[in-house]
Design a binder for this molecule. Sequence first.
Ligand code: PLP
Length: 401
Amino acid sequence: MSVAIDDVVARETRHILQTYKRNPVTLVRGQGVRLYDADGREYLDLLSGIGVASLGHAHPALARAVAEQAQTLIHTSNLFYHPLQGQLAERLAQLSGLPRTFFCNSGTEAVEACLKFARRYWYTKGEPRAEFIALDESFHGRTFGSLSVTSDEHYRTPFEPLLPTVKFIPTNDAGALRAAVSRSTAAIIAESVLGEGGIHPLTPEFAAAIGDACAKTGALFIADEVQSGLGRTGWPFYFQALGLTPHLVAVGKALGSGVPVGAALVGQQVADTLSYGDHGTTYGGNLLACRAALTVLEEIFDRGVADNVKRVGVVFGDRLRAIAAKHAIVKQVRGAGLMWGLELERDAAPVVPAGLERGVIVNRTAEKVVRLLPPFIITEAEAIDALGRLDAALGAVGAQA
Ligand SMILES: Cc1ncc(COP(=O)(O)O)c(C=O)c1O
């Protein structure tokens, strides 16, 4: 099928539900960290489709694996065994320390599964606990459960009432956490690095407070690693950097490098409380998704891509701090590995078109933050080139301020 690129905007405007305000760029092709628009213009991608394309675009091993699997068997449902789910779950268990996996298709489904499994745990123990503790500035997805533990009023209000049993506390406020958690708390849920909220890593002190609160009250800890997981920060999971041992972990995004796949990773204590029929999905863990994810994990953790994140991550940190020192509009640089935020003194929205003009794709989140989530395969030279373009974009925006 050839893709007609005329009329794209008009056709979408007529027929696509208008829930996204798109940038005026039609992307048609990618190669590594490069994306190409319908006019053949090249962009360096520092966003990866919001933290998804971990192996970049048109990665040869992933393309080959997906094509081969599509020619063999794509989907059978969870009513039958197939050879790949167990292999992928085993791999995820080795990386995370959590022995069991429930596969799904997106980050929000992974979070939903974790919330349900936490409730099921307490139900099985004969001590039903309804309450979840979540963080201000959190983002966990758009379905009802995930939205209920997401703080942004803009996302929540039109859909209320949401789950009434969620308490929000300020991020990294250990005192507030200690005051909030009790023997009514089913689970604490937190992104190990808050992504959408502006790239805020949890502090070691706050992580320790989570561990203490769980030990004291029995509350479970759900780590949302949908954005920060699977090598993005230089760690397989950022909860490892924080010394945390979650009972449940949500993953997605980087796992399929563009092939939709998510997973709830489950500790044995919780897994023991679930039985046949408690949760389900038609597509989750099908052969295509598992084959893609196995290939992605092999590339990241066996073929040097995770080491690349660590190496180029240092370059990112150094360059971004140098850029911040040059521009009065940059207030703070935060991040780890290849997950970075530049907090500005002002709305960061104009940086996105200024970047596009200079051939670099970045994202604005939490109003004042320029978010960078490049593919894990970005080279040092590509990083320097892309950050040079961002530097120029910040200069142009600063000059308008
Ligand atoms: C931390 C976190 N959790 C959950 C989600 C939801 O993932 P999805 O959009 O795949 O449903 C996101 C998406 O941005 C996320 O960043």
